[in-house]
Design a protein around this ligand. Sequence first.
Ligand SMILES: Cc1cc2nc3c(=O)[nH]c(=O)nc-3n(C[C@H](O)[C@H](O)[C@H](O)COP(=O)(O)OP(=O)(O)OC[C@H]3O[C@@H](n4cnc5c(N)ncnc54)[C@H](O)[C@@H]3O)c2cc1C
Length: 306
Amino acid sequence: MQHSSLGGREMYAELRSPNVHEPHNLAEFTNTIISYKDNATSLWAGGTYIMSQKDFYPSKSANVEIISLQNIEELKHFQRNDRFAEFGSMVSLSKIQSVGALLLPKVLIKTIDKTATTTIRNRITIGGCLCTPSFRTPLASTLMLLDANVEVRYLKKRMHSKWLGISRIYDKNGGLALLPNALLSRIRIPIQQFDYQYFNAAGSPLREANTSVSLAAVAKMEQSSISTGKMIITIPNKGFCQSRDIDNIFSSLQFPCDEGHLSSFFSYIITYIRENLGEIDQLQEVRLKGMLSEMINELNQKSLSV
Ligand SMILES: Cc1cc2nc3c(=O)[nH]c(=O)nc-3n(C[C@H](O)[C@H](O)[C@H](O)COP(=O)(O)OP(=O)(O)OC[C@H]3O[C@@H](n4cnc5c(N)ncnc54)[C@H](O)[C@@H]3O)c2cc1C
């Protein structure tokens, strides 16, 4: 690598710095995006994913245009009423944990608890977690399970904004399907009561996407059976597995549920995943089986204590 000398210090001559824009509100953000028109920029939220990418910075090719979302006040708001809680996309996961502990569904709080570490959760934003491009995050799954909606702002001649069901920002393989430069600005989470909520995750979706897996489920129960049950499986390297058929089987289970029923339920899920998302790693399969069996055990115990 070539070096040049600068004031006695050695510098890497070929390294480039990105241009960083720091809008202070959504109006300034819109002006910045309009000035770039069709050229893609990189939105910077907490930066935890961006900085973990190999050669992102410093780099010989880091001549990207970055728009930092850090100073946009509107994206840091939180509000709630009886029906929903609404977070700006720049609210950190730690903040959601602290303000939502008594308010939000437990399955969401458990999902956040299992995401990265306390220090990193201080930086990770809910918007960044939903817009991570190269793998599917458990948080996105849990918010789909809870029927969350998101507000997206995008440029098409002029700036538009619209509310969508969260699953609509992903394609059928769970890949992010936002337009270039689109901004996810708010997330609205319905406040709901469930009799049972489950979440567990194994492996890091960032570092071991092809062996990591997570399972989230919610259910309303009547004595020893489920009246409505829903579940979603995150396979970070393949997609989200959510199916009405799986939910129907889940809802028709009688508790206590024996090994035979558990085993055929698991086989159904694995066949569904293979047919719709493709083959998954053996470790993902083993981990998923462990989680499903843990969940059914909890439901068995719950049914016996009614
Ligand atoms: C040590 C470590 C451990 C981790 N562990 C986990 C884990 O357990 N589970 C997990 O899911 N992830 C994990 N991650 C991955 C990472 O933290 C997530 O992808 C994170 O959610 C990114 O959030 P961020 O706010 O830092 O986003 P950034 O890194 O700033 O951005 C992520 C992507 O989203 C885009 N983006 C950000 N905000 C918006 C917005 N509002 N609108 C449109 N696009 C936007 C950015 O352009 C970028 O492409 C880990 C990361 C690290 C470094």
